[in-house]
Design a protein around this ligand. Structure first.
Ligand code: PLP
Length: 295
């Protein structure tokens, strides 16, 4: 089977009086529209991993994530679509939630693992699947050179140039891929990463691991709102306003923090008037289901 999806990810202008006031233009690349379940950057990250598994005739994909992991859900949906078997190793005690329900719906087997053993994923893989010649290891969040390769293709799809690109950042693989894509095309676009957890400065090391050539870029580390999966009334209020004003759904874990950062920096006059800014909607809107009680 040919492992591919037709990419539908249009670039769309968004408007706000704030942008006019500061003389900037803001666009959103709608990677969230690539697939309803294999959403956004997760398809780009999985594409070459699935192709590699297929070329090695490995039919059982083993991967890792927290109980609300967009990566687990994307893997479950992608493996179902392309005819693989999948096991998700889930951090922590057995729970049920909307994300895990959707994983199971796509036929993913779930194995819950205590937080200590979860830390060493290669050891877990060797222990449970070391003898399984069909098993293929995919790291948490899909982090890998293959994933960075897939994300670089986002840049090839752009038909215009931008002064800035903004992207939310978890493992940093998507950021690295986009930076590689910019380097490959020798574009001067400034990349801006918004880490979604506390003390995000360390992510520079993770991003740099996957860079094909050294590159300079900006990290905006002050938009974590208390840490991964954390949100306050300010962030939730921003998301509600954004969704109501644009009709585009964002969520508090990734895209909400990234867009908040962008609006905040525009308001602070961070960008030169005339700047064209492209934000990446990296998908993940099912994450909303785990945060209903915050709204
Ligand atoms: C997983 C995810 C990210 C983070 O991607 P990394 O490559 O791990 O940095 C960003 N946005 C959304 C919506 C995600 O689901």
């Amino acid at each position: 089977m040919n492992i591919d999806l037709e990419i539908f990810s249009p670039v769309q202008a968004i408007s706000n009086p704030l942008f006019d006031e500061h003389g900037v233009k803001v666009f959103l690349k709608r990677d969230d529209l690539i697939h309803p379940m294999i959403s956004g950057n997760k398809w780009r990250k999985l594409k070459y991993l699935l192709k590699t598994a297929q070329s090695q005739s490995k039919n059982h994909l083993i991967t890792f994530g927290g109980a609300y992991s967009n990566h687990l859900l994307a893997t479950a949906a992608a493996t179902a679509k392309f005819g693989f078997k999948a096991t998700g190793i889930v951090r922590g005690e057995q729970v049920n939630n909307d994300t895990l329900f959707l994983c199971k719906l796509h036929g993913m087997r779930l194995v819950f693992t205590d937080r200590d053993s979860y830390r060493d994923k290669h050891a877990l893989f060797a222990q449970h699947y070391g003898d399984d010649t069909d098993a293929f290891f995919i790291d948490e969040g899909g982090a890998s050179p293959e994933a960075a390769l897939g994300c670089a293709e986002l840049v090839d799809e752009l038909t215009e140039t931008y002064d800035h690109i903004f992207c939310a950042c978890g493992t940093g693989t998507t950021a690295a891929g986009i930076i590689n894509g910019l380097s490959r095309r020798q574009l001067k676009t400034r990349f801006n990463a918004v880490p979604v957890f506390k003390n995000g400065a360390f992510i520079r090391e993770e991003i740099n691991k996957f860079l094909i050539t050294p590159a300079d870029y900006d990290l905006h580390t002050d938009y974590h709102f208390g840490g991964y999966g954390k949100a306050d009334a300010e962030l939730i209020g921003f998301i509600k306003e954004f969704v109501a004003a644009t009709g585009i759904v964002i969520e508090p874990v990734y895209t909400g923090k990234m867009m908040y950062a962008l609006y905040d920096l525009i308001g602070k006059g961070h960008f030169e008037p005339g700047s064209k800014i492209l934000a990446i909607h990296s998908g993940g809107i099912w994450g909303l289901l785990g945060m209903k009680d915050k709204f």
